[in-house]
Design a protein around this ligand. Structure first.
Ligand code: NAP
Length: 290
């Protein structure tokens, strides 16, 4: 059985690492803030001092950290994975980051005879806890086939989307879909309210038809009830939308609807709502008519 180095034990990483241990994998863990490793170490994982050391002691290295520069840090930095990775090892980055930087990192790892998969996830912390994440994978099919038992321990839907970087591209498509839909739900809820229709009735009447969506069924009622507690935080969503807009600009692709939603979320952030859930987009739309 492969030994796994796991780097980044945040909201997503910690339960994903736990699920790997439950599936019987031997784990070597690293987290920048050491105390976050305690629970895993108590459950039988070995703790190490750097990403380099994690790579030296494993065959598959998983990274799930915040943003593009952070992945560059833990893989290519002074104490990064690249300085400890063994020939034949696979680095699986499960963070949401830039597709073009992903390709560059994969090429650098190839110089060390190591393979890379970009395998960003969708499904939030509940998906991470329950092992039901959707995982979108870029990289060589043969490498993915080898890593399937590892990914199966963390996710339910695992899709090969193309070469390195294409997992990230599909994850960014996911973010376009959820964000623009969220905007439509915000407008429909407000339109119902301002026109004198019970918005819960509007949601019940429409969610089973052609307009149905996860956002309408799950975020719509929260907007109506003014429950803005985060499932997925606006600040994190903005990081992903910035990645989409940067990648789109690199290929001269205008995304007018997504740009508009990005601006509306900026208004949420300016109003101190960055730590609220993405359904607080409704508040930005409502302010336009208050
Ligand atoms: P999080 O709870 O904030 O955890 C971030 C992790 O990254 C922490 O372990 C942090 O270490 C580590 N980290 C950040 N920068 C680092 C650096 N420069 N060097 C070393 N370690 C660093 O974030 P999360 O929610 O788990 O998200 C992780 C990734 O998954 C992100 O790319 C996010 O977009 C993606 N994602 C999140 C969700 C979600 O619902 N949360 C859903 C899908 C995808 P410290 O403990 O030291 O801070």
């Amino acid at each position: 059985m492969n030994k796994i180095g796991f780097i980044g034990l945040g909201i997503m990483g910690k339960p994903m690492a736990m699920n790997l241990m439950k599936a019987g994998f031997e784990l070597v863990v690293y987290n920048r803030t050491k105390s976050r490793m305690d629970e895993l170490i108590q459950s039988g994982a070995a703790g190490v001092e750097s990403p380099k050391e994690a790579a030296e002691n494993s065959d598959i290295i998983i990274t799930i950290v915040s943003d593009t520069p952070d992945v560059e840090d833990v893989i290519l930095g002074e104490q990064g994975v690249i300085h400890g990775v063994k020939a034949g090892s696979v680095v699986i980055d499960m963070s949401t980051i830039s597709p073009s930087v992903t390709k560059e990192i994969a090429l650098k790892l190839k110089e060390k005879n190591a393979d890379m998969l970009d395998a960003p996830v969708s499904g939030g912390d509940t998906g991470a806890i329950n092992g039901t994440l959707a995982i979108m994978v870029g990289g060589e099919k043969e490498v993915l086939d080898r890593c399937m038992p590892v990914l199966n321990a963390m996710g339910k839907t695992i899709t090969h989307t193309g070469t390195n970087g294409m997992g990230q591209v599909v994850k960014l498509c996911n973010q376009i879909l959820v964000s623009v839909t969220n905007m439509a739900v915000s407008e429909a809820v407000l339109f119902a309210q301002k026109s004198g229709v019970d918005p819960h009735t509007m949601i019940e009447a429409t969610k089973g038809g052609a307009a149905g969506s996860w956002q309408l069924a799950n975020l719509g009622p929260k907007m109506v009830d003014e429950d803005f507690a985060p499932g997925f935080m606006i600040d994190l969503q903005q990081k992903d939308l910035r990645l989409v807009l940067e990648a789109a600009s690199q290929i001269n692709l205008p995304l007018p609807a997504l740009s508009y939603v990005h601006q509306m979320y900026t208004s949420n952030q300016a109003n101190g709502e960055g730590k609220e859930g993405t359904q607080a987009l409704y508040k930005s739309v409502k302010r336009l008519s208050d």
